[in-house]
Write a protein that binds this ligand. Structure first.
Ligand SMILES: C[S@@+](CC[C@H](N)C(=O)[O-])C[C@H]1O[C@@H](n2cnc3c(N)ncnc32)[C@H](O)[C@@H]1O
Length: 272
């Protein structure tokens, strides 16, 4: 399947030992010799209760219990890589999450992140999250917006209509892990540049893959901690020659490139 092939292609950046946060039922398949420790904010029995739809599917073992926004169980500069697939949108303060990933990575360490594209998922009827909103929550706290995030989910994802408030209240009391934030590739790249500046993160984007087919619902970024030296792309882990990359649709590709160019020219899109 296309999505798996794209994920696999970019794992060529991974080496050594590191962590995957929120692997759940889809741990990233990593190249031989790469060692992964699995981190989640819930132990396995609570993950089973939280995701009843995954009954019968194997889950990655939870070896370290901790929130992506507080990885205090993991030392500074100890990890060769951090994998966070379909995780950042679950964080109330993704800038804090990115700062934690940056802290635990060694210089030259790799952050591998897949994110859902709003147009391709159950988020399609929701508003895109703005950079200003994320910077403001990072600076002043997330609690004030928590209710509106749950209500938005109840109305526009779970489509509860008149029952939305009661539904949102139940989910919030339960601490249900909704997508707090919603991006497309270009809005995420704007956010990434703002977050880097806001939190003083020394990350460099070394690889980006947008949705490549109609059934591909995610985009992937590979970031390296430390921007001092150019790091050449790794060799593919595949024995066979790499298949040519299916072209992204021209409009999507040009939008992503446009966002990158705009973000770099602006330097600081954070307006808050
Ligand atoms: C949608 S699943 C992602 C599954 C898989 N990685 C994938 O690519 O499809 C989100 C995962 O992130 C975990 N998670 C959510 N919020 C978290 C947090 N604050 N800290 C750590 N893990 C979190 C959830 O428990 C779950 O395992």
């Amino acid at each position: 399947m296309a999505v798996t092939e794209k994920r696999r292609r970019l794992t060529a950046w991974l080496e050594g030992k590191g962590i995957e946060i929120g692997a759940l039922h889809r741990p990233l398949e990593v190249p031989d010799g790469v060692r992964v420790t699995y981190v989640d904010h819930l132990p396995e029995d609570e993950l089973r209760a939280h995701y009843p739809e995954l009954a019968g599917e194997p889950l990655a073992p939870v070896e370290v219990l901790g929130s992506a926004e507080d990885l205090s169980a993991i030392g500074d500069s100890t990890q060769d890589f951090v994998i966070a697939n379909h995780l950042l949108e679950h964080l109330e303060d993704p800038i804090r999450g990115l700062s934690e990933f940056h802290r635990v990575l060694r210089p030259g360490g790799v952050l591998y992140m897949a994110l859902p594209d709003q147009r391709q998922t159950f988020d399609r009827d929701r508003e895109l999250t703005t950079v200003e909103h994320l910077v403001d929550e990072h600076r002043t706290g997330c609690e004030k917006n928590r209710w509106s995030h749950y209500l938005d989910w109840a109305r526009n994802v779970d489509k509860q209509g008149a029952g939305s408030e009661a539904h949102a209240r139940r989910l919030m009391e339960q601490g249900y892990s909704i997508h707090f934030h919603v991006w497309r590739p270009d809005t995420f790249l704007d956010f990434y540049v703002a977050a880097r500046r806001e939190a003083g993160l020394d990350f460099e984007l070394v690889s980006f893959a947008g949705p490549e087919r109609e059934d591909d619902d995610e985009f992937i970024l590979v970031l390296v901690k430390g921007t001092q030296a150019v790091r050449p792309p790794p060799r593919s882990p595949c024995a066979e020659p790499a298949a040519p990359t299916p072209p992204a649709t021209p409009s999507l590709r040009s939008r992503v490139r446009g966002a990158l160019v705009r973000a770099v020219r602006r330097g600081s899109p954070a307006q808050a």
